[in-house]
Ligand binder design. Structure first.
Ligand SMILES: COc1ccc(C(=O)Nc2ccccc2)cc1NC(=O)CCSCc1cnc2[nH]ccc2c1
Length: 272
């Protein structure tokens, strides 16, 4: 279903359903491809907005990257098409919605849920890294939940082919930035490993470790590794997080070791 016989897809191939959300450059709708019937998420981007934000190249890079990624924990981009004013991304529909909403409603996740989710994210990132792709924007807002409750990383808007050091405009949260990206040093796949440490902490505690009311304090806390664990955080989780939130990028726990960590393995029956 990524190649339509007889050329390009077009809007008339789809019935448009309810809005799923508003993205940065457009909105997303539930949609059904008419023949064969297939439920998708249709993201509609305005060319004018992309041009104003000079992000066309980023979108093209993302389309290129997404085209080669096939993984159960990475949201698919099936195809894309355009008309004179808009670009349409035909995306996988994640039936159980947005992870950050689930985290907000549950305030924090159990050890078992957190370990399973971190395992799935590490599995997806390990796959990306073998394809020399760094995601660079791992956070709950970019993670969706599939029909079996499995996580799906999405929105590779910031991904690059390693090693990159594209300055990222500081849009969105700073909470996930590793020290090397704050100093503008070139960074590598280790940025994603740092982000998994932040993500694991946020799953267990309900907020990221370095969160503070102003960005200067957040930067300072990151660079000084100033964070604490609430009493309820288990020893196993503390051990894993302390091996991911390491200032020296190359000293962070590699993804295969993460997936093998006793706290993760204790909660995740090993993959068949
Ligand atoms: C592979 O995925 C993506 C690929 C590319 C882009 C993108 O916009 N790229 C971009 C745009 C402009 C400049 C540069 C780059 C976004 C996504 N993914 C999402 O946006 C996730 C939410 S939309 C889908 C979706 C599914 N399933 C759901 N279930 C509930 C809500 C929901 C929402």
């Amino acid at each position: 279903y990524t190649h339509k016989k007889g050329g390009k897809f077009s809007l008339k191939d789809f019935d448009i359903g309810r809005p799923l959300g508003k993205g940065k450059f457009g909105s997303v709708y539930l949609a059904r491809h008419k023949n064969p019937e297939y439920i998708v998420a249709l993201k509609i981007l305005f060319k004018s907005q992309l041009q104003n934000a000079t992000v066309e190249h980023q979108l093209l890079r993302e389309i290129e990257i997404q085209g080669h990624l096939r993984h159960p924990h990475i949201l698919r981009m099936y195809t894309y098409f355009w008309d004179e004013k808009k670009i349409y991304l035909v995306l996988e529909y994640a039936e159980k919605g947005e992870l950050y909403k689930t985290l907000q409603s549950q305030s924090r996740f159990s050890d078992k849920t957190s370990a399973l989710y971190i395992y799935q994210m590490a599995d997806a990132l390990q796959y990306c890294h073998t394809k020399n792709v760094i995601h660079r924007d791992i956070k709950p807002e970019n993670i969706l939940i599939g029909s079996d409750g499995e996580l799906k990383i999405s929105d590779f808007g910031w991904s690059v082919h390693a090693p990159g050091n594209k300055r990222r405009t500081m849009c969105g949260t700073l909470d996930y930035l590793p020290p090397e990206m704050i100093n503008g040093h070139s960074h590598s796949k280790h940025v994603d490993i740092w982000a998994l440490g932040i993500l694991c902490y946020e799953f267990l505690v309900g907020k990221p470790p370095f969160e503070s009311e102003d960005s200067a304090k957040t930067y300072d806390a990151i660079k000084k590794l100033r964070y604490y664990f609430p009493d309820y955080v288990s020893g196993g989780a503390r051990d894993l997080i302390s091996k991911l939130l390491v200032l020296e990028p190359t000293q962070r726990l590699p993804l295969d070791k993460l997936m093998d960590h006793f706290w993760v393995k204790g909660h995740v029956e090993a993959k068949k």
